[in-house]
Write a protein that binds this ligand. Structure first.
Ligand SMILES: C[S@@+](CC[C@H](N)C(=O)[O-])C[C@H]1O[C@@H](n2cnc3c(N)ncnc32)[C@H](O)[C@@H]1O
Length: 258
């Protein structure tokens, strides 16, 4: 398993308890942008994590199958989740033309060669089906990110090497509509892409803190702290966050119809 998969596996339930609130809504926005109706289609949710897109697919009447490299993410809430496959998005153990659609919510931007993941998507989806993928836009930022990172560093957190590698070698490849369309083209897919904004006016400072502390880069470190250490880290981060501005996520949404 790649290091990023190990970190997500160790994150598991912490993801759903914090980032889950943000990502569940982003998955609904993504699925609603499908270029074909997903009702009654078998839809592969790749990089499924704790099931944000699977739930969104079910909500519109689709039949999800989850796939992720991190077994610890697939294991969360397993009894209520769809069937799952432990696999890399670039090597899907799935027959060609066997899915009605494929959704990748913030997973293709975790590999340095997203054209390979997109080529796999094109292979497994039937003609008339769809590929939908979201990734972080270059200007997707919020002051809570730097605030929590700073508090975590002060508490002794040292980011693992995969975090920088992800930010420098993988994420930029899908961080603009032009880059995403180019990666799709390289995979033989004719796609369109645009930046979509989603606002979270209901999230308070404590919710923003939970969002950041549940991210895979830092969640295993947070889990290693004592109760007192976690309390001190949270208090310091809340102090740095202060009165937060409304969270607005900006994602690149790539859509292709086969
Ligand atoms: C940012 S999380 C998103 C999870 C979920 N789709 C959501 O929107 O909440 C990224 C997910 O992609 C998975 N992932 C990263 N690299 C992967 C790879 N090469 N193959 C399969 N899954 C991968 C991670 O394990 C993690 O669950």
């Amino acid at each position: 398993m790649p290091l990023v998969g190990k970190a997500y596996s160790a994150t598991g339930a912490a993801w759903q308890a914090g980032p889950g609130r943000v990502y569940d809504r982003l998955a609904e926005v993504l699925v609603d942008l499908s270029p074909v109706p997903l009702r009654d289609r078998r839809v592969l949710d790749v990089g499924a994590g704790t099931g944000a897109a699977s739930r969104a697919i079910r909500r519109v009447g689709g039949r999800p199958i989850a796939c992720d490299v991190a077994v610890g993410m697939l294991a969360v809430d397993r009894r209520r989740r769809p069937p799952a496959i432990a696999a890399d998005v670039r090597r899907l153990p799935v027959a060609s033309r066997s899915c009605g659609a494929l959704v990748a919510a913030f997973s293709f931007n975790h590999v340095p060669d997203p054209h390979r993941a997109l080529a796999e998507a094109a292979r497994v989806v039937v003609p008339g089906g769809a590929v939908l993928a979201s990734s972080y836009a270059t200007d997707d930022d919020h002051p809570a990110k730097a605030a929590v990172d700073r508090a975590a560093r002060e508490a002794g957190w040292v980011p693992e090497p995969w975090v920088d590698e992800l930010r420098q070698r993988a994420m930029p490849k899908l961080a603009t509509p032009a880059a995403a369309v180019a990666a799709a083209k390289r995979a033989g897919l004719r796609a369109e892409a645009s930046v979509i904004e989603a606002e979270f006016p209901d999230l308070q400072a404590a919710d923003l803190l939970a969002w950041r502390l549940g991210m895979a880069a830092v969640a295993p470190f947070v889990a290693s702290l004592s109760d007192e250490g976690r309390r001190r880290l949270s208090a310091r981060a809340l102090d740095l966050i202060g009165e937060p501005e409304v969270l607005v996520r900006r994602m690149v949404v790539l859509r292709a119809r086969l």
